[in-house]
Write a protein that binds this ligand. Structure first.
Ligand SMILES: Cc1ncc(COP(=O)(O)O)c(C=O)c1O
Length: 353
């Protein structure tokens, strides 16, 4: 029999999408499958951009759609970052940021997130200092950041955007919703700050990574990107219907977020009891855990034998860390049980003693 691997290494939402999304798929007809959307006749991009505009309280023109936030990131960088121009991004973050800057021969300047007692944090004053020194064309902030899990505080956003008037600021909120699900800062920030783009995806909170759908809420100076990203024949109608069904399923998703919050606490409690382990507090659907260096290989082997995949890093900074995606309650229990068992093995006890 083929072994089914439990993938807790990719930050996907293993609860899956709301039942209403499956209803959409069951009821797809010739309209969604064979025809282009006619939404443009109303002077809007689509039903989805209209709906998001209402939910976020901003004009529809300030919502841009894309095939996942990866796609929008690529579009922003290709649109605004010229060869030799600088992009500021966190040193400890999703590898893709630097990769996409290199596609346009841009230069990446990294800033470090600081390690606090319980979690990582952004040092805004240092970031502003670096901004003045480097004059970047694009600044990237991730909130919550992957893999550290910390958010960029709302109150610092004002300070930052006031200081960064000359650049495009991208706030990647791919992991929005798992702690804080308020949308209020978006309307306030994009109306006050013309150069801010807030990036959101349906991949994580809404568990629709396979549908590849995301959006950006932008300030008023993004006319170049608006043209660049506009699609004359419309967007993916099936993904849009799925996204709309997800937006209609508030209760389903808030129940999942609550269950994840409780499981996150369960992981904290578990790791806090283990000597030599340190679990950083996270606002996302994953946690980062520092483990005793000597346990890395045996733990990797043990979990592989149990068909559980978690993320071990090659990067120096996180060489002795593991990132765990929160699965369902049952998945999380399976991993905690497996880890508990691993820690009682002779190898683990021998090594960590
Ligand atoms: C920080 C961050 N932003 C964006 C994404 C991309 O998400 P998607 O392209 O599915 O919207 C990821 C993927 O894991 C991520 O970690």
């Amino acid at each position: 029999m083929e072994t089914v691997i439990l993938y807790l290494d990719r930050n996907e939402n293993l609860y899956g999408p709301a039942p209403q999304c499956y209803e959409v798929l069951k009821n797809l007809g010739v309209e969604e499958l064979s025809m282009y959307s006619r939404d443009f006749t109303r002077g809007v991009k689509s039903k989805l951009s209209e709906r998001l505009a209402v939910e976020l309280g901003i004009p529809e023109k300030q919502i841009l759609l894309s095939e996942g936030s990866e796609d929008m990131l690529k579009q922003v960088v290709h649109c605004y970052l010229g060869p030799g121009e600088k992009m500021l991004c966190p040193a400890q973050s999703w590898w893709y940021y630097q990769s996409v800057a290199s596609e346009v021969a841009g230069e990446t300047v990294t800033y470090s997130l600081k390690e606090g007692r319980d979690s990582f944090y952004y040092d805004v004053d240092e970031l502003i200092g670096l901004y003045k020194k480097e004059s970047p064309r694009v600044v990237l902030i991730a909130s919550p950041n992957n893999p550290t899990g910390n958010s960029f505080p709302d109150e610092d956003l004002k300070k930052l955007t006031e200081a960064f008037r000359e650049s495009i600021v991208v706030l990647d909120e791919a992991y929005w919703g798992f702690s804080e699900s308020s949308n209020e800062h978006i309307a306030e920030s994009v109306s006050r700050y013309r150069n801010l783009l807030v990036l959101r995806t349906f991949s994580k909170y809404y568990a629709l990574a396979g549908a590849r759908i995301a959006y950006a809420a932008v300030g008023t100076s993004f006319s170049k990107l608006t043209k660049f990203s506009s699609r004359y024949l419309g967007y993916n109608r099936i993904s849009e219907e799925l996204a709309l069904a997800a937006l209609d399923s508030r209760q389903y998703y808030s129940d999942i977020a609550k269950a994840m919050l409780a499981d996150r606490q369960r992981y904290y409690d578990f790791f806090d009891r283990q000597e030599g382990f340190h679990c950083y507090r996270s606002n996302a659907n994953f946690i980062l855990v520092k483990i005793p260096a000597t346990l890395k290989l045996p733990m990797q082997k043990f979990l592989a034998a149990r068909a559980i995949a978690v993320k071990f890093f090659a990067e120096k900074e996180f060489e002795h860390c593991v990132r765990i995606t929160l699965g369902t309650v049952e998945h999380n229990r399976r991993l905690i049980d497996a880890l508990g068992e691993f820690l009682t093995t002779k190898t683990a006890r021998g090594i960590s003693a």
